[in-house]
Ligand binder design. Structure first.
Ligand SMILES: Nc1ncnc2c1ncn2[C@@H]1O[C@H](COP(=O)(O)OP(=O)(O)O)[C@@H](O)[C@H]1O
Ligand SMILES: [Mg+2]
Length: 272
């Protein structure tokens, strides 16, 4: 199981203060390894992700972060001996991939509507699908571009459509692979906080977010905990608790807990 840091109990206290007392488990990974041919990518990864938590995954490029999310999503099985558990009667997974993968012949709106009926027994009628897709586009600030095709949108806008597509399906667990990497600083910060407001809102079922990012600052401002991965063959080297109160607000970068955690993470990155 994960090595919880010494400050874990403080973090629990902090979470209680914030009313986030839920320590139910959303996803468990136990002793998961994965090799592509002779190349061992993941080495004995054990990780517990709790309901109602925002967890970021940081690690050097090529270490296996995207592979780890693919395992959680069930797109890849772990090597023999590894176990991934998730209560599929209660949880549904949404995924934002590192590249937006939109259908080029469909408009932004159609790209979001199309998968809403996939993998579900109960088909949604067209009006409800349209409503969900339009709401999601509104959320990422692209409502006015709903009839645009992917080639008419910038890379960052395409990524926002992909985020809207994942949100429209109303998952309880959202996995995101460097979702804001292609965005400029202004849009990135705006979307960071919009995602946080959505996750905090009691009106929707999204309870858990697992986000891969290469930005130390972004991981600190967004997360409850940060899983720091080692270089390949990667394992979870350390879990870091973020000592910042919620709700997170613009300007919290001035908080001493922000500086302290960023500094701690920078030191660990240098040691790798
Ligand atoms: N389908 C695949 N087949 C073979 N090797 C792969 C495949 N997917 C990823 N890899 C390799 O696994 C390693 C980890 O990849 P990835 O999970 O994409 O890293 P990260 O997301 O941390 O940058 C890399 O060395 C990559 O080349
Ligand atoms: Mg990746």
């Amino acid at each position: 199981m994960i090595q919880q840091s010494e400050r874990f109990t403080d973090h629990v206290a902090l979470m209680s203060e914030q009313g986030k007392q839920n320590k139910d488990i959303a996803i468990t990974m136990e002793k998961c390894s994965l090799s592509f041919g002779d190349v061992k990518v993941l080495n004995n990864v054990s990780l517990t992700i709790y309901k109602d938590e925002f967890l970021s995954i940081l690690g050097p490029s090529g270490c296996g972060k995207s592979t780890l999310l693919r395992l959680m999503l069930g797109l890849l099985p772990p090597d023999k001996g590894g176990v991934i558990s998730l209560d599929s009667t209660k949880e549904s997974l949404g995924m934002v991939f590192q590249k937006p993968v939109l259908m080029p012949w469909m408009t932004a709106l159609q790209n979001i509507e199309m998968p809403l009926n996939l993998g579900t027994e109960k088909k949604l009628n067209k009006k409800i699908r349209r409503e969900k897709a339009e709401n999601a586009l509104q959320l990422v600030g692209l409502y006015d571009f709903k009839n645009h095709y992917p080639h008419q949108l910038s890379g960052g806008m395409q990524q926002r459509v992909a985020i809207a597509r994942a949100l429209a399906a109303e998952p309880t667990i959202l996995l995101m692979d460097e979702p804001f990497g292609a965005l400029d600083e202004f849009t990135r910060e705006k979307l960071n906080f919009e995602l946080l407001r959505l996750w905090e809102s009691p009106d929707n079922g999204l309870s858990t977010v697992v986000m891969v990012t290469h930005s130390i600052q972004e991981s600190v401002i967004m997360s409850d905990r940060i899983a720091m991965m080692s270089s390949r063959p990667a394992g979870v080297e350390e879990m870091i608790d973020v000592p910042l109160p919620r709700p997170r607000e613009v300007g919290m970068e001035e908080h001493p807990g922000f500086f302290k955690t960023v500094k701690e993470l920078r030191r660990k990155v240098k040691q790798q």
